[in-house]
Design a protein around this ligand. Structure first.
Ligand SMILES: Nc1ncnc2c1ncn2[C@@H]1O[C@H](COP(=O)(O)OP(=O)(O)OP(=O)(O)O)[C@@H](O)[C@H]1O
Ligand SMILES: [Mg+2]
Length: 295
């Protein structure tokens, strides 16, 4: 007797994905421009993808996007097209090294740098309709305190603050932590020292920020490590390749891969947190799934 099998519909696929594991969402931010947010985002995403995980990288520097340029990739559509309704989010996704799935944004489009709260929420919700397998999503945010930075950081599970040992970077990082904690319910931060030039510099930088945060804010800071200043990293940018692929034995690559292993251990909150967040259905679905298993 032959059995008729229906091919799964998109709704079936979505339901299956939503019932599996929640997606770990990590926002990479920093306050000040040029501290290394994009460099860290790209190399962290590539390193985790190289470990065999399904990784998505969202370029959330919406008006000055450059993730695709750093990786030498060509884009047809970007988030600007998604917002205008000219394509679906899934049409904009391009594939990078080790199967990394990249959501590109636009560069030099003023409107994209000033999206309304509703448009930002629309982007976050659009991820819920994706049927792609994703275990980790990295978000490269813009510089400054623009609403997109705070909205995307609040909608993530972990916030990495990239800091360099210079006064403006430290004060901007503090300002960002203050706004995110007081106005956006982010209470835990991973501090990553970048472009360090001597051993011990990263820990000292972490202590400086911790001291002032402990005094004035009610937040928990963790030290995520340090990425040394590395000429090989600059060279890899010229080759439009992630340094972890171009120069895997370089000092920055070793530190970035260590960060990837650290981030792999960060936990995903159990269940939805009651505000706008990425892939919330997969979180609720996983929670319901584990309840079913327990029964
Ligand atoms: N550890 C490092 N060693 C050497 N150069 C670095 C390092 N980290 C970042 N850079 C360089 O610093 C510059 C700024 O880095 P990047 O673009 O990643 O910063 P950003 O914070 O994303 O900047 P923006 O605020 O403009 O988005 C780039 O030229 C990058 O190659
Ligand atoms: Mg950047």
């Amino acid at each position: 007797m032959s059995e008729t099998r229906l091919s799964p519909t998109r709704a079936d696929l979505l339901a299956e994905l939503n019932a599996t594991r929640p997606v770990k969402v990590i926002a990479v931010t920093g306050g000040k421009g040029g501290v290394g947010k994009t460099t860290v985002s790209v190399n962290l995403a590539v390193s985790i993808a190289a470990q065999g995980r399904n990784v998505m990288l969202l370029d959330a520097d919406l008006g000055m996007a450059n993730v695709d340029v750093l990786l030498g990739l060509h884009t047809r559509f970007h988030l600007g097209h998604v917002i205008k309704g000219e394509c679906l989010l899934e049409d904009a996704i391009i594939t990078g090294p080790h199967g990394l799935q990249i959501v590109p944004a636009s560069s030099g489009v003023k409107h994209m740098a000033n999206l309304s709260a509703a448009e930002q929420a629309g982007i976050i919700r659009a991820f819920s309709d994706l049927y792609h397998k994703v275990e980790v999503m990295i978000i490269d945010t813009a510089a400054g305190l623009h609403e997109s930075v705070t909205t995307f950081s609040e909608a993530a599970h972990h916030v990495v603050v990239v800091v360099c040992d210079e006064p403006a970077s430290i004060t901007d990082a503090y300002a960002l932590i203050k706004v995110l904690s007081r106005e956006h319910r982010v209470q835990r931060f991973q501090i990553l020292a970048n472009q360090t030039r001597r051993s011990g510099e990263g820990v000292e930088l972490f202590k400086k920020i911790s001291k002032v945060c402990d005094r004035f804010l009610n937040v928990g800071l963790e030290y995520a490590g340090c990425i040394p200043f590395d000429e090989y990293l600059r060279r890899s940018v010229q080759h439009q390749t992630a340094v972890v692929d171009a120069y895997p034995a370089s000092i920055s690559s070793i530190a970035l891969k260590k960060l990837a292993s650290t981030a792999d251990k960060w936990l995903v909150p159990q269940g939805a947190r009651g505000h706008l967040e990425f892939f919330v259905e997969r979180m609720v679905g996983a929670e319901l799934g584990s309840l079913t298993v327990l029964q």
